[in-house]
Design a protein around this ligand. Structure first.
Ligand code: PHE
Length: 352
């Protein structure tokens, strides 16, 4: 190797090394570049080893050039290494950094389902009249759902309520309750008179869904059993309820009707809260039917272990969906079950 060649190699390796170091995008790239240009087998190291073969006059110049090349490459390496470390650190602190002064991301406000709100409102009115909440099971025996309520297996009233029978091996007597009236005999067995209970919950019937029918729906039922209760007490209670629920000018009207577990029985109408009773599209004739009611049948009191000579009572049950549809002018019962946020969000800020 002569001087000219040694200087050419050093020149070339310096340029190649600086480029490699500059291009290194990671610590691994940098280490590879270091080995390639500064390692034992690197051309610069070879020139260094060949120094001994040069003449004493040539040695100092080439030796200086070797040192300078090493120094330049080492400096570039150190600089690049520092640069890469700074970039990594910056990325880390950026990920960690929390600006506590930024406003938070507000989750969209949730709200109770309109049926829940309506149900709670109904229950609240009766609670404030002194009724206590008593829930009965959704899956119950034929006894509590029908037989104890004076509806024997062959009674035609059963066809009024297309029941969902449940196939539980060894239990032929279970049904999905068709009405919250399954609380009546249960309440009489659980509590001693005077009994004043309000019983909300889900009911099930084998109905084909349409605008006014749903196989799953909700009712709220009340039951009062005491000494000396009369139909006047029932009407007064229902009137108080209607006024609390729909407005202070509400009228209540009873029409004779038939439910096997009450005698006498009635359909309960309230004066239309849309037109005030003059007749409109919602009510037709000024009255809106909202519940069934009646004086508890003596046989039901007996089935509840109570003496019908001593106690009398009344019961009334209403559909939560129907009340909610009327209050909010909802045209189709299925809207309540479709979980469509466009429908449900209308109730977020509304009153119950
Ligand atoms: N359970 C009856 C129904 O679902 C309503 C009702 C309740 C009637 C209490 C009278 C007394 O239709």
């Amino acid at each position: 190797m002569d001087v000219a060649e040694a200087l050419r190699i050093l020149e070339q390796e310096r340029a190649r090394g600086l480029a490699l170091i500059e291009e290194a995008a990671s610590e691994a790239d940098l280490e590879a570049a270091e080995t390639a240009v500064l390692g034992r087998k690197a051309p610069v190291s070879e020139v260094q080893r060949a120094l001994g073969t040069l003449s004493p006059e040539d040695k100092p110049a080439v030796g200086r050039a070797v040192n300078e090349t090493f120094a330049a490459l080492r400096q570039a390496l150190a600089g690049r290494r520092q640069g890469l470390a700074a970039v990594a650190e910056e990325a880390m602190t950026r990920a960690d950094r929390i600006d506590v002064t930024l406003p938070g991301r507000r989750p969209p406000p949730g709200a109770l389902h309109p049926l829940t709100r309506t149900e709670r409102r109904i229950v609240d009115v009766f609670s404030s009249l002194g009724y206590r909440v008593m829930e009965a099971p959704e899956l119950d025996t034929d006894w509590y759902t029908f037989e104890a309520l004076n509806i024997p297996p062959d009674h035609p009233a059963r066809t009024m309520q297309d029941t969902v029978y449940v196939d539980v091996p060894g239990r032929e007597d279970l049904v999905m309750r068709t009405q919250t009236s399954n609380q009546q005999v249960r309440s009489m067995e659980t509590l001693d008179p005077p009994i004043y209970v309000v019983s909300p919950g889900r009911c099930f019937r084998r109905d084909t869904p349409d605008a006014t029918h749903s196989p799953v729906f909700h009712q709220v039922e009340i039951l009062a059993v005491d000494e000396g209760l009369s139909m006047a007490d029932m009407k007064g209670t229902l009137e108080a309820f209607a006024r609390a629920m729909f407005g202070p000018d509400q009228q209540v009207r009873l029409r004779p009707s038939y439910f096997p577990f009450v005698e006498p029985g009635a359909e309960v109408d309230v004066s239309c809260f849309v037109c005030g009773g003059s007749g409109c599209r919602v009510c037709g004739n000024g009255w809106i039917e909202i519940m069934g009611a009646g004086m508890v049948h003596p046989r039901v009191l007996e089935n509840g272990g109570l003496d019908p000579e001593r106690y009398t009572g009344f019961a009334a049950g209403m559909g939560v969906e129907r009340v909610a549809m009327l209050r909010h002018a909802v045209p189709d019962i299925r809207l309540f079950l479709e979980s469509d946020v466009r429908f449900l969000s209308q109730f977020v800020a509304g009153s119950t």
